[in-house]
Design a binder for this molecule. Structure first.
Ligand code: ATR
Length: 502
């Protein structure tokens, strides 16, 4: 709870009560006058409260001296009552704070000590030793919250936790890279996960990477996660926004499976695979930029992965990691349904782009009988992609665009041009701006955000039928579900599954 007044914190607590088992009162976030009135807060809150006064050097807002901070802590504990529900349930004391009178008072009156260490800059090398040596008496809970600047940092914390199994502790990898340490607390060996009412305008995120409390409860079903929960996730970089957790977690909830699907942002696919092993992850969706980089880690793969050279689905099997590609079928299912055709025979198709996404598209077009022209900004990549299929190729230049005259039953845009968030001024990006639609083309853009790219809008204005990549996204996710679980996708849930964002 990070609001400026106690009253406001109580209001927020009331609104979010059902999501919280324990609340942390961040006294450092209170207005100075309010800090003097904290003693009655546990009674008013009616839920176990952690008393925390975080220094600015540890990521908090307290800038006064240690004397002032200690006397505030003492004020929080003072005149303990026989009814423990009226006292603070926990007191957060940093590992470098040595005030034995405070600790004795806490222990005597049943306030448990959370012995904390924060590093807001990075992850320390000596974590196992630190975790083991921090606790000063048997009933203390050790809390280590360190900034993860890389996937390796998260791995270090996870392994440190495993080395110290049996200790009561809270381990948090702060920041974007560590987001899943806040969901998989059970697997990280943590007693608590810290969350916040982040959608309240005056509730500051208490630490980088925190997940909004309703999201933790409703999207990830945090309270249902146990050691027996099957873990799946999506990896990529930067993986700032992904709809997949929303899709999979809703399906898991509807069918009542004990499974969770989390984001695994990763700056190193090698370290991510190590994390997946440590966490017993059973399936991973692989997205940009790792669809090719993942291939050396596969123990075996489908034929498609071999030919396409890209893998978007990793499934753990008794024989190791199986790599498959569900983008390909997702694409062809989506487009064929849109066209109401069984295959692409007699269709002359232009594919714009020659990257990873284009490779899946071209593979399917070939498999299903199309004649294809591939146009790419970097012309040699178009030639390289076309060669094994004996397809035509060209640049996204005047000559290339002229060739489209003969390949325009269907036009498929596979580049990231026009995708939201790629760069701030790219929304008007149209990779085939020189091409004039005649209005009879069937046009697909693999991008789904925004729903209408500049390219698709131009096609639609000229009278073409247009399709964006959203339907393909859902279809490939359904195939992924089958890979992960070995079950047919429960189609009757489809209308209830929403693609939100994390
Ligand atoms: P993906 O897996 O999304 O296909 P990729 O393998 O990096 O990603 O490929 C990106 C594709 O988008 C490439 O075809 C790239 O063209 P270049 O090969 O010339 O780089 C294309 N691309 C990206 N931005 C583009 C733009 N603004 N205009 C045209 N093509 C673009």
């Amino acid at each position: 709870m990070t609001a400026k007044t106690l009253g406001r914190n109580l209001e927020i607590l009331e609104k979010y009560r059902k999501y919280a088992d324990v609340a942390e009162l961040r006294v450092d976030c209170l207005d100075p006058d309010e800090r003097l009135l904290i003693r009655r807060f546990p009674e008013q809150a009616g839920i176990p409260i952690i008393l925390t006064i975080r220094r600015d050097t540890d990521g908090g807002l307290f800038v006064g001296g240690e004397g002032a901070r200690i006397s505030l802590m003492a004020r929080g504990l003072a005149y303990a009552e026989a009814d423990r529900r009226r006292n603070f349930a926990y007191l957060d004391i940093e590992e470098d704070l040595n005030v034995s009178s405070l600790e004795e008072a806490a222990r005597t009156f049943g306030t448990r000590i959370i012995r904390s260490y924060h590093n807001i800059k990075g992850t320390d090398a000596d974590l196992p030793m630190r975790i083991r040596s921090m606790r000063r008496s048997g009933d203390e809970i050790v809390k280590v919250a360190v900034m993860a600047n890389s996937t390796r940092d998260v791995l270090e914390l996870l392994c440190a936790g495993k080395e110290c199994e049996g200790h009561e502790k809270i381990l948090i990898s702060m920041g974007h890279f560590g987001v899943y340490s806040r969901i998989l607390s059970e697997q990280f060996g943590s007693l608590f996960s810290y969350s916040g009412a982040l959608s309240e305008p005056d509730a500051l995120p208490a630490a980088p990477g925190q997940i909004e409390v309703r999201e933790l409860a409703n999207l990830y079903h945090f309270r249902n996660i146990t050691k027996a929960t099957k873990i799946y996730g999506v990896t990529g970089y930067p993986l700032k926004a992904t709809s997949s957790p929303s899709f999979f977690n809703t399906v898991f909830e509807l069918e009542g499976s004990n499974a969770v699907y989390v984001p695994f942002p990763a700056d190193s696919i090698t370290d991510l695979i190590d994390i997946a092993k440590e966490l017993n992850v059973e399936g991973i969706s692989v997205t940009v930029p790792y669809k090719e980089a993942i291939i050396p880690f596969l123990d075996f793969q489908s034929d498609e992965v071999g030919v396409i050279g890209a893998c978007n689905t990793l499934t753990l099997t008794p024989q190791g990691w199986l790599g498959t590609n569900t983008d390909a079928r997702g694409f062809s299912d989506s487009l064929l349904r849109f066209l109401n055709k069984p295959n692409f025979k007699r269709q002359r198709v232009t594919v714009i782009g020659a990257g990873g996404a284009a490779r899946s598209v071209v593979f399917e077009l070939h498999r299903l009988g199309a004649k294809v022209l591939i146009l790419n900004r970097t012309i040699h990549k178009a030639r390289r992609l076309a060669a094994p299929y004996k397809f035509s190729w060209g640049g996204l230049d005047e000559q290339g665009i002229e060739k489209m005259e003969k390949y325009r039953d269907i036009i498929i845009q596979t580049t990231s041009a026009g995708m939201e968030g790629i760069n701030p001024d790219n929304l008007s990006d149209d990779p085939a701006a020189m091409y004039n639609f005649c209005g009879r083309e069937e046009v697909m853009d693999l991008v789904y955000k925004p729903k209408m790219t500049a390219f698709l809008k131009r096609a639609s204005n000229a009278g073409c039928n247009v399709l964006n990549g959203f339907d393909m996204l859902i279809r490939q996710a359904r195939y992924q579900y089958t890979q992960f679980t070995g079950k047919e996708f429960p189609e009757h849930f489809l209308s209830r599954v929403q693609f939100g964002e994390f």
